[in-house]
Design a protein around this ligand. Structure first.
Ligand code: COA
Length: 322
């Protein structure tokens, strides 16, 4: 049995910050941000009660409603995030509590922007092994709390939000998936954890924020993601034109355009919301999937290719039948 998506959901904070709004806070401009990334605005949490857990719960509830399932019917919850509210317990365990999904095993995955794809692949492996039958996976990020708001080269790129999918063991669904990592590239995109404050170490107590070497990440993305897509197509013998929709990680519209060009495909096969959401890391693919689904653009039998890349470095892809 393979994993089939039977419901999707998402949540975006109400507060929207446009490029012009940011240009009143720092030395940047709508022209600079838009021309380099395609981003026009992003959603940002704006109250104490709106956080990684609340966004995950909202997206999860919407996905369960879409799948017409109750929380008790879920036997696995995986949350992909790099911006949990707590170091422990996992966001997934807190989501389980909030939803009342008490029959589920729950844990988090950290694979940065590839996290949702790693979660999907993990669920598919569990289903193939016959261990679980119904899963809820959520990609959620409050990146606004880990980015350095004094670093204009990174803070304008990211947004907050959550996306979720309910998966059921089925004869069809995922056709192929792959994931990869290269820790040798760890230092191009990283965010250090809290410093050690034990009595034997003199600590630097400055908060650590996200660091990114933008140009290195850009080079990695435009090389690795098309390779990853070509590899998964080769596994299945499908041609690029056979795919109905490419749902890619929404980091930068220039990266998406470059991938479309490499695959010799028109851009209208690549739905995008990076203009409205910015880069929401692990949440980006499931938010886009939910938007495309709710806009009525998915028909039973469509072939979807999901692919992304992120810190780690990590990358992944999944090819599935809707
Ligand atoms: N507003 C105005 N100017 C800015 C700016 C901002 N927000 N951020 C940086 N600049 C300036 C820089 O200081 C630099 O000025 P200088 O030439 O005087 O030193 C100039 O703009 C060009 O910076 P550069 O880094 O060369 O821009 P770029 O064309 O490489 O674009 C990114 C920067 C970040 C948009 C691009 O590298 C990128 O998209 N990388 C991939 C990032 C990504 O996808 N990350 C997520 C991975 S999951």
């Amino acid at each position: 049995m393979r994993a089939k998506i039977i419901g999707t959901g998402s949540y975006l904070p109400e507060k929207i910050a446009s490029n012009d709004d940011l240009s009143t806070l720092m030395d940047t401009s709508d022209e600079w941000i838009k021309s380099r990334t395609g981003i026009c605005e992003r959603h940002l949490v704006s109250s104490e009660t709106e956080n990684t857990l609340s966004m995950a719960v909202n997206a999860g509830k919407a996905a369960l409603a879409d799948a017409n399932l109750t929380p008790e019917e879920v036997d696995l919850i995986i949350v992909a995030t790099v911006s949990s509210d707590f170091i422990t317990p996992s966001t997934a365990c807190m989501v389980q509590r909030e939803l009342g999904a008490f029959h589920a095993a729950a844990f988090d995955i950290n694979a940065a922007c590839s996290g949702f794809l790693f979660a999907l692949n993990t669920v598919d492996a569990y289903f193939q092994a016959g261990i679980y039958q119904t899963a809820l996976i959520i990609g959620v990020e409050t990146l606004s709390k880990i980015i350095d708001w004094n670093d204009r080269s990174t803070c304008v790129l990211f947004g907050d939000g959550a996306g979720a999918a309910v998966l059921q063991a089925s004869e069809d669904g995922i056709i192929a998936s792959l994931q990869g990592s290269n820790g040798a590239g760890a230092n191009v995109l990283m965010c250090k954890s809290r410093s050690n404050n034990n009595p034997y170490i003199s600590t630097d107590t400055n908060p650590d924020y996200l660091y990114m070497n933008g140009q290195e990440v850009f080079k990695f993305a435009v090389k690795k993601e098309p390779e990853c897509i070509q590899e998964i197509l080769a596994q299945t013998g499908l041609a690029p034109t056979d795919i109905t929709w490419y749902l890619l990680h929404q980091a930068n519209y220039r990266i998406i355009s470059s991938i479309a060009k490499k695959l010799k495909l028109p851009l209208d096969k690549f739905p995008s919301n990076v203009d409205r959401c910015g880069n929401t890391s692990a949440a980006s693919i499931p938010i886009l999937l939910d938007e495309v689904h709710r806009a009525g653009k998915l028909t039973k039998g469509d072939l979807l290719l999901l692919s992304g890349f992120g810190a780690g470095l990590t990358w992944g892809a999944a090819l599935l039948r809707w």
